[in-house]
Design a protein around this ligand. Structure first.
Ligand code: COA
Length: 174
């Protein structure tokens, strides 16, 4: 089945009734992406990047935004808030070798725990599977229960390898 990841869009309803659009990241999302990062707390950024991040360089921002939707696929979660669309999270995968990609997610603090991470995971894995990715991997901090739960509840066969300070996660998509 062909899939045009760059035009991907799906609307989901969360447990609390909130509607969220899961769609491909677009080059014109730059301002909204930066705003979302600005509303993401230091601990969340640490859990995502494994270092204390206060600001991102222009090169890093370019990397986040320049998505080819083949080797690097990025989805965002958008909600309607006070009459405007707000970017509240994102998930991406990067192919690290044929058939294998590394995933990472970040949800704006205020929107965590509502099921958005799980929905992003579902759609990202669907694109990956259709694209012939057989394994998704991730590195997760051992105390990052929400991320580990998203992987556990994804419905895919999960294996974990614990090392001091990091859990290596692997999901088999086939
Ligand atoms: C990890 C993260 C992406 C998960 O996304 P999310 O939208 O908050 O997660 P969801 O709401 O989809 O929750 C998934 C599961 O985790 C559980 N969960 C969420 N927050 C939790 C918490 N603080 N403690 C325990 N369980 C929690 C939820 O209950 C849910 O399980 P359920 O469906 O059985 O209720 C998000 O919390 C985040 O951005 N964290 C900071 C950045 C980060 O850690 N990135 C990961 C880098 S690999």
């Amino acid at each position: 089945m062909a899939i045009e990841a760059a035009k991907y869009s799906a609307v989901e309803e969360l447990r609390n009734g909130r509607r969220v659009e899961i769609r491909a990241l677009r080059p014109d999302d730059r301002a909204d992406l930066l705003e979302a990062i600005g509303r993401t707390g230091a601990e969340s950024l640490f859990r995502r990047f494994f270092v204390l991040k206060r600001a991102f360089t222009e090169k890093e921002i370019e990397f986040f935004l320049n998505i080819d939707f083949i080797a690097h696929v990025a989805l965002v979660a958008v909600v309607e808030q006070e009459g405007r669309s707000m970017l509240v999270g994102g998930g991406r995968y990067m192919v690290v070798q044929p058939g294998k990609a590394e995933v990472a997610f970040a949800i704006v603090d205020q929107y965590q725990g509502q099921g958005i991470g799980a929905r992003l995971m579902h759609h990202l894995a669907e694109i990956a599977r259709i694209r012939g990715i057989r394994e998704l991997i991730a590195e997760v901090l051992p105390d990052n229960i929400p991320m580990l739960k998203v992987f556990e509840q994804s419905g895919f066969d999960l294996s974990t390898k614990r090392e001091p300070g990091v859990v290596h996660v692997a999901l088999q998509l086939t």
